[in-house]
Design a protein around this ligand. Structure first.
Ligand code: ACO
Length: 394
């Protein structure tokens, strides 16, 4: 019989946390499927809203179903003025992910009825979250710049409307199409930290706004979302194609991670990075060259030469920052964009969790003391460990 220590896996690495039909990753062959359909096909032929429908309802919609879903989302994009007023009280220097987490949780105050066994309630929650999260991201961005939020434009599709709410200009259709594909690529990715967080929260049968707020909070951490922002900083630091090789050599010598490379599951180039690189090239051909692109291509070549044999290749974050930069999106909105897309995956997992629910209640291996005496205050000594050892368990 296995002991607790043998069963224990740091970070639950490789431990299945659910049986799921939502998506599948094959890290050896570089395959990602949503509901069994390859990401390449979806990126080429579908749209983000259709992909959201596929993920959440488990099948591709008919024309009528898609039109109805799009219409519902389009007509629920506005946010209540109370939420806008609440955002005006946030510090302008606050991170947009923190603003989003707070605002997503606040939706639960305004749509407080909870009826998890009512399909109409589920549908309304799905529509509201998909519709309002982009509006909240854009509204906080406008407010922190000292402007009034821009109202959603009902004439525009999902991707175009988001870009419009950031600038009050209707975007170039090709730019909007590229952005829509980016949303598709980020919509879902199996049992990562934020999805697990969403499922744990869902398993308590709380409301869906709390589920999405907890997932947003998890995505905000630098080990999860956020590497694409760092890729841009790194390309800026490298500065020129000639500096790439010395930069890589220095990083590897110092055991420093090169941002946008490596993945827990993929040991080949992330299929999303392949699609994003192609999109970036198309975007540069149409909207003008980007000085960082040659640096990025050279970096990929040199990193592969040095550590490709370890399975270190570009991940989804490597080229996405370059695409967003060309779309004039501020870099601290990159993780909120990830969240806008991933709401679709989180909602799919929320529904799946409800359908088979058992509350998550793992165990632990207790490594603390036993049978200690309660020491009266006057007899206690100052803990030196607290001052001297930052890792001490107190
Ligand atoms: N640059 C250089 N070397 C790397 C990198 C990297 N980016 N990633 C892994 N390695 C090396 C490690 O040093 C290690 O080498 P060693 O065996 O000689 O010690 C080996 O590859 C294996 O590394 P692990 O830490 O076991 O890989 P793991 O699967 O745990 O890490 C992770 C995956 C966290 C994504 C890592 O590759 C990394 O930190 N990448 C940079 C940050 C990044 O781009 N994050 C975005 C990930 S995608 C996403 O979250 C949406």
């Amino acid at each position: 019989m296995m002991t607790d220590s043998e069963v224990f896996k740091e970070g639950l690495a490789g431990v299945p946390a659910a049986k799921s039909r939502v998506s599948h990753v094959d890290g050896t062959d570089g395959i990602l499927e949503y509901r069994g359909i390859r990401i390449e096909e979806l990126a080429k032929s579908s749209s983000f809203i259709e992909v959201a429908y596929l993920l959440i309802w488990g099948k591709l919609p008919t024309q009528g179903e898609l039109e109805e879903f799009e219409y519902e989302i389009r007509t629920h994009r506005r946010i209540k003025y109370h939420i806008r007023d609440m955002m005006k009280c946030f510090p302008e220097t606050g991170h947009p992910m923190d603003a989003l987490q707070t605002s997503a949780a606040a939706l639960g105050l305004f749509y407080a009825r909870r009826a998890l066994d009512d399909p109409n309630y589920i549908r309304a929650a799905v529509v509201r979250l998909l519709a309002k999260i982009p509006t909240m991201v854009a509204a906080f961005h406008m407010i922190r710049e000292g402007n009034d939020p821009i109202q959603p434009n009902d004439k525009l599709d999902y991707a175009s409307n988001f870009l419009y709410m950031l600038t009050e200009k209707e975007p170039d259709p090709f730019a909007a199409k590229v952005f829509d594909v980016c949303l598709t690529l980020h919509a879902e990715h199996t049992m990562n930290a934020s999805t697990f967080s969403a499922r744990v929260t869902a398993s308590t049968l709380t409301d869906p706004y709390a589920v999405i707020a907890s997932a947003v909070g998890t995505l905000a951490g630098p080990l999860h979302g956020g590497a694409n922002e760092e890729v841009l900083n790194m390309l800026e630091e490298i500065g020129s194609v000639e500096n790439v090789r010395p930069y890589v050599e220095k990083c590897l010598a110092n055991k420093q991670r090169i941002m946008g490379f490596g993945h827990r599951v993929y040991k080949v180039k992330d299929p999303r990075a392949i699609i994003l690189q192609d999109l970036a090239e198309q975007l540069f051909a149409k909207m003008g060259h980007d000085e960082y692109y040659e640096i990025a291509v050279e970096l990929e070549k040199v990193v592969e030469e040095y550590v490709g044999q370890k399975g270190i290749y570009p991940n989804v974050d490597f080229y996405s920052g370059l695409v967003y930069r060309k779309l004039d999106i501020p870099s601290d909105l990159f993780t909120p964009l990830f969240a806008i897309a991933r709401v679709a995956g989180w909602l799919a997992h929320w529904k799946e969790q409800l359908s088979v629910n058992k509350i998550y209640r793992p165990t632990q291996i207790y490594i603390g003391d036993h049978n200690l005496s309660y020491v009266p205050m006057t007899e206690r000594v100052v803990s030196v460990a607290r001052n001297e050892d930052p890792n001490a368990i107190i």
